[in-house]
Write a protein that binds this ligand. Structure first.
Ligand SMILES: Nc1ncnc2c1ncn2[C@@H]1O[C@H](COP(=O)(O)OP(=O)(O)OP(=O)(O)O)[C@@H](O)[C@H]1O
Ligand SMILES: [Mg+2]
Length: 352
């Protein structure tokens, strides 16, 4: 039996499977606001997930299963998101058609838009309804995800008793959580810096107009510290996070930070320049940073100087309620940036 008012508002548990850590976020919807039920994260063993691919599904499944147990999450309905080479997001401009015709058209023409064999992908699309009286064509967002990659996630989750009803894309999740938390949408650059990738998503006029994944991230810092001083990964990670005393290595570590962050900033500037050349009359209001890499000390200031934009750290829970008894507010605020994508998956109603 399905109760009518449960289904529409029932949200999935957001599971963001990164290359460094799994982040889990469960939200609840009360009236018009969201409130945080549970959040948590667990570090993954090195190499278990790489470039959006599950190299060791059993290991990842075990970590997620333990995390759900630890957080006492009963719900089995989850959403996860994909990124990287296994997913293509593309906007195409088409004549206005009804839903059925549009589907027919996309299925027959898909190979023209997507560089994958159509047999190998799951396809989805959304009419953005950008047509106006003067312009009768509309933009349609196409998403193609490699079946093999998605099926591996589904298999891993079902093996631990979870049912994935939503497959999101990192960039969409980021956009969704940002838009749900910021009432008035300005033109912004959303930048999520994880361990191995940076996702840039520029939102202008309420739409994503520049979206890209770049293979840089905070892991570069760890790896360079590791090779410079011939250390174990964990030792280098502790130095990076300031958990171990750098001693006379301080200056060299700072040099590594400076070189790597300069590279990140160059990539961000490239995307912003591309945006400005395409939309010269719609300046960006700010740059919003998320992901673990956004916590690098001094990065926001450095980015601000280089881009001349106001830069802020994103906290998806800023406007959400939470029960102080269950979720510590300071913890929520401190992990907010890493939880951006998980929260973006978690605000989506369950499809089934
Ligand atoms: N204060 C900090 N300074 C530098 N790096 C940090 C800091 N805090 C966390 N990190 C780094 O952030 C990374 C984890 O961030 P996040 O959870 O966003 O990555 P991920 O989602 O697992 O990776 P990806 O999305 O790239 O696959 C790790 O590399 C971690 O060392
Ligand atoms: Mg990530």
């Amino acid at each position: 039996m399905k109760l009518p008012f449960l289904s529409s508002e029932q949200l999935v548990v957001g599971v963001d499977i990164g290359s460094h850590a799994v982040k889990v976020c469960q939200l609840k919807r009360t009236d018009k606001a969201y409130s945080v039920v549970t959040i948590g994260s667990a570090i993954l063993p090195d190499g278990a997930v790489d470039d959006g691919t599950l190299n060791e599904p059993e290991v990842v499944g075990e970590v997620i299963s333990e995390l759900f147990k630890h957080l006492k999450i009963k719900s089995k309905k989850v959403g996860f998101s994909i990124s990287g080479y296994s997913v293509i997001v593309k906007k195409v401009n088409l004549a206005v058609m009804d839903e059925e015709k549009l589907e027919e058209h996309i299925l027959s023409e898909a190979e023209q838009y997507i560089p994958f064999d159509i047999e190998d992908v799951y396809l989805d699309f959304q009419d953005l309804k950008t047509n106006t009286e003067e312009n009768e064509r509309t933009d349609v967002m196409l998403v193609a995800a490699k079946k093999e990659i998605v099926d591996n996630y589904l298999k891993m989750l079902s093996a631990i008793g979870l049912q994935a009803t939503i497959v999101d894309v990192d960039g969409f999740a980021l956009e969704n959580t940002y838009e749900h938390n910021v009432p008035k949408s300005e033109n912004v650059a959303l930048v999520d810096i994880g361990a191995s990738k940076m996702n840039i998503n520029i939102i202008s006029g309420g739409m994503s107009v520049v979206a890209r994944d770049i293979v840089v991230g905070s892991r570069q810092l760890t790896e360079q510290i590791q090779s410079q001083f011939d250390l174990e990964f964990e030792e280098a990670e502790a130095l990076k996070l300031g958990h171990a005393d750098a001693g006379d290595r301080q200056a060299e570590i700072e040099e590594i930070f400076s070189t790597v962050c300069t590279q990140w900033v160059l990539e961000i500037k490239k995307a912003i320049d591309l945006y400005h050349s395409n939309f010269p009359d719609a300046p960006l209001a700010k740059l919003v940073l998320s992901g673990g890499g956004s916590k690098v000390a001094g990065l926001t200031d450095f980015l601000g100087q280089e881009t001349k934009l106001h830069v802020e750290l994103f906290n998806p829970f800023q406007n959400m309620q939470s029960s102080d008894k269950k979720v510590d507010r300071n913890y929520l605020d401190s992990v907010g940036p890493e939880m951006a994508i998980a929260s973006g998956i978690a605000i989506r109603p369950s499809a089934i």
